[in-house]
Write a protein that binds this ligand. Structure first.
Ligand code: GLC
Ligand code: GLC
Length: 808
């Protein structure tokens, strides 16, 4: 069952009923100011950091789930309704929400009155713009009242939800014509404030929440709206809001636009005041001047569309299947940009006050966006690398505002450092920019202790070698990719964090997954070392990788698949010997991606075991059998009921590892079938089961052991986005940059027979046509009409166009 449809030409998902199975959201903003907006206008916005600089309030765990946003109310001669359906829920004659690339348009019509609201954050702007277009489709003239409302957050979102004894006395606002200013704590150490303004005269306003809503009323029945009049309240303490009242007359067929701006402003510390106690509004006025008219809004929207057209032109595919095309060309790269901007901070599953920017997460996200924003990716790499410790290990997370490592979680996730090698390698392959390796980057943000970025990679690589366990496999530390496999944490205290508790710090628990990741990262590391002229280091790394392959073959192979780990006691996990947790997905995917066991037949065996034991209708589950009880020695993985999250859920993040591994064996049909099971556009038809947005991946789909098998959770912010992009675009469609050229090596399913792919890389454009005859043979390439013997297309001079023909 569907709740809307894709509009590929407009690059939009069109939701046609407000009653979707869950709030379906979108992100606004591309630089510093970001917003979450659901299809019924719920959500919130923040500047840079969802915790430290939150502009509007949002309540998680709410009833109903998605209450609170920037809503517009209409009082049309006593008939009160909201065009976004929520929160009043008056029946609409028409509802439509179009989620587009960094904008959302919500349209509601009732009794011949149409209200269409465009929400977006213009480029170069720290503000949301809301353009409300009202049209009278009826026969008579109407006089109606339009109300806006936004509820201010007291900046620090954590404090805002916990420190009421202080907070209920600090709120301050100013009202200046049609502009309402929020300036809590501006009198002391804050140099920033917010504004919510409209480009028309208002007939009333409220800034005190209780006055507008009434103490006993909810979002669905604000007293001011019901009565048809604001009371011009000026908040003093308590709960500051911004509500405008605008009286509108519309002749039959007449249309009127109103432009609202909700923005964030900063002043220099010594230029904060215009008069004693009156904020300096100059920056706000500059902002508001830019959106005085509807034409200015149109221009800003056109600019935003051009921004996305340019970004998305770097890799486009016509595969003959619109579902593939819309994932590859539009929604997957779009989601990758969301992970670039927000990391794991703010979604409808992440509160913006918990997790910051993850070391492991960011480095993996980069694989999906590096071709879109290479310059910004470069900066991200340097920021992330600066949180690495001198011994090569890394803070697990850092805060986006301060860019400092976050001590709450600390360090000790032993896979973390290797992801830096993967991301730098991807960046250099994309751009050819070796100079990044020579950048001086501090360790632990300490400017007195720094090294080149290459030195950081070296320490990352050697951190693994310096931390090997009894079998010569890498020690797992607090956890590896699987945050919930906590082999050194024997927690018996309710509520204790599995990620930070380490009470069995023996050097015994080892991870075969990290071994696979190590071997996988080695070729990139070696190539970078050689490019820098560090031949000895390259040679040493080559030897170390070969030894690790040997170790995995000896101690990491269980007979039919790769083992997962050795636990604290030195016992196997992910082995036929185990009663539960016999086989895990992660080492099968990563070891084969790394090329381990290709010749010996291990690779094929491992992937066949995945197909036989882990594959399901909704994707590949993380392990089998699930843990039916709590295992003290395994940690959080066994806390979830079977089928959820790391306890045998379908982690969409590691399914693509198996897809990529399948392409190493040349099994395109299998790879593609795995992808189709989890790709949202392919799950659109079962939206009532999947429940989350059909245009972006979710972190997890409930596995076959869960009662709600097939139901997704945690959409948007997940390494899932990057890895699925890498699987489909780089390995199945097969176009990926390498150091010396563009690799064009598709591994296609039989059902895709004629394809066109355009790739812009290092300034040149590659127009690739593929004829897939399904013979399973190695692709044969022609460059500008001439046959070549390999699948590597040498890089062409910037500005040129290269025609690549592939027959397979
Ligand atoms: C979450 C984390 C990621 C981790 C994964 C598996 O998605 O953000 O870092 O690898 O869970 O535990
Ligand atoms: C929890 C989640 C896991 C996530 C981790 C991050 O363990 O289950 O998915 O990666 O928290 O700290």
């Amino acid at each position: 069952m569907r709740f809307g449809h894709f509009d590929d030409d407009a690059r939009e998902y069109v939701i046609t009923t407000p009653e979707t199975p869950y709030p379906w959201i979108n992100y606004l903003g591309t630089e510093k100011f970001f917003s979450l907006i659901s299809h019924t206008a719920g959500g919130y916005c923040f500047y840079l950091d969802a915790r430290m600089r939150r502009l509007t309030r949002y309540r998680y765990n709410n009833v109903p789930t998605d209450a609170g946003g920037r809503y517009f109310y209409i009082n049309d001669g006593g008939d009160v309704w909201t065009p976004s359906w929520m929160p009043v829920k008056a029946e609409l004659d028409r509802f439509e929400c179009r989620h587009g690339l960094s904008y959302t348009v919500i349209t509601g019509e009732r009794n011949g009155l149409l209200a269409e609201t465009l929400y977006f954050v213009p480029l170069g702007t720290d503000a949301e713009v809301h353009r409300v277009r009202l049209r009278n489709n009826g026969n008579g003239t109407r006089s109606l009242k339009l109300f806006s409302v936004a509820e201010f957050n007291l900046w620090n979102a954590w404090d805002d939800q916990t420190n009421y004894q202080r907070n209920l006395s600090v709120a301050e606002v100013e009202v200046d014509g049609s502009a309402i200013y929020h300036k809590s704590e501006y009198r002391e150490r804050r140099n920033h404030y917010a504004v919510y303004a409209v480009n028309a005269p208002i007939s009333g306003f409220d800034t005190d929440r209780e006055t507008f809503f009434g103490l006993f009323n909810g979002w669905h029945e604000p007293q001011a709206v019901l009565k048809g009049a604001c009371r011009n309240s000026v908040a003093s303490g308590w709960y500051p809001i911004a509500a405008h009242q605008i009286d509108v007359e519309l002749a039959p067929g007449e249309e009127k636009d109103l432009v609202f701006v909700l923005g964030y402003l900063e002043n220099p510390k010594d230029d904060k005041w215009e008069a004693p106690g009156v904020i300096n509004k100059a920056p706000a006025q500059t902002l508001l001047e830019r959106f005085r008219t509807s034409e200015q809004v149109d221009e800003a929207m056109a600019e935003l569309r051009r921004y996305w057209t340019d970004l998305l032109s770097r890799y486009t595919a016509q595969t003959g299947d619109p579902r593939v095309d819309r994932m590859v060309n539009i929604w997957n790269p779009y989601q990758c940009m969301a992970t670039f901007n927000i990391c794991r901070s703010a979604s409808y599953f992440e509160t913006g006050v918990g997790r910051g920017v993850g070391f492991r997460d960011s480095n993996q996200d980069l694989l999906g966006f590096v071709h879109l924003v290479p310059e910004r990716a470069r900066k991200r790499i340097l920021d992330v690398a600066a949180t690495q410790f001198p011994d090569g290990s890394a803070y697990h997370q850092y805060q986006p505002l301060t860019k400092r490592g976050n001590n709450d979680i600390g360090s000790g996730f032993n896979d973390d450092p290797l992801w830096l090698i993967e991301s730098v390698d991807a960046y250099v392959r994309e751009t050819g920019d070796l100079s990044i390796l020579e950048e001086e980057v501090p360790f632990d943000n300490n400017p007195d202790h720094s090294g080149t970025l290459f030195e950081h990679l070296k320490r990352a690589f050697h951190h693994v070698l310096n931390n090997l366990g009894p079998h010569g496999l890498p020690l797992i530390g607090r956890a590896d990719w699987n945050d919930c496999l906590n082999l050194n944490c024997f927690s018996e205290t309710p509520g204790e964090s599995f990620q930070t508790t380490e009470n069995r710090t023996g050097r015994t628990a080892e991870s075969v997954f990290i071994a696979g990741l190590f071997v996988h990262s080695a070729p990139g590391y070696i190539a970078l070392a050689e490019a820098m002229g560090f031949d000895k280091e390259a040679e040493a790394a080559r030897r170390a990788a070969a030894e690790m392959v040997q170790t995995v073959t000896e101690h990491g192979w269980d007979g039919e698949w790769f083992l997962r780990a050795y636990d604290y006691f030195g016992n196997k996990l992910g082995s036929e010997e185990n009663q539960e947790g016999q086989i895990f997905i992660e080492p099968q995917g990563f070891c084969v991606m790394a090329g381990i066991g290709l010749e010996e037949g291990f690779a094929q065996k491992a992937l066949d075991s995945v197909a036989a034991r882990l594959d399901t209708d909704h994707g590949i589950v993380l392990h089998q059998p699930p843990f039916s009880r709590y295992y003290l020695e395994y940690g959080e993985i066994s806390t979830y009921p079977p089928g959820y999250k790391e306890n045998a859920g379908i982690f969409c993040h590691n399914n693509p590892w198996v897809m990529i591994a399948e392409t190493r064996l040349g099994r395109g049909d299998r790879a593609f079938n795995y992808w189709k099971k989890i790709a949202p556009a392919f799950r659109e038809d079962i939206s009532e089961v999947h429940r989350l947005e059909p245009y972006v991946y979710a972190q997890m789909i409930a596995g076959k052991d869960a009662p709600l098998n097939g139901e997704a959770k945690n959409s948007w912010l997940s390494g899932t986005a990057a890895w699925n992009y890498v699987a489909i675009a780089h390995h199945i469609l097969g176009v990926r940059p390498e150091l010396d050229g563009l690799r064009v090596d598709p591994c296609l399913p039989g059902e895709l027979t004629k394809l066109k792919i355009t790739r812009i890389c290092r300034g040149a454009e590659y127009r690739i046509t593929i004829k897939n005859k399904g013979t399973g043979e190695i692709p044969h390439l022609k460059i500008d009409g001439k046959s070549i013997e390999s699948t590597l297309v040498p890089y062409a001079t910037p500005g040129s166009t290269v025609a690549v023909e592939v027959e397979m």
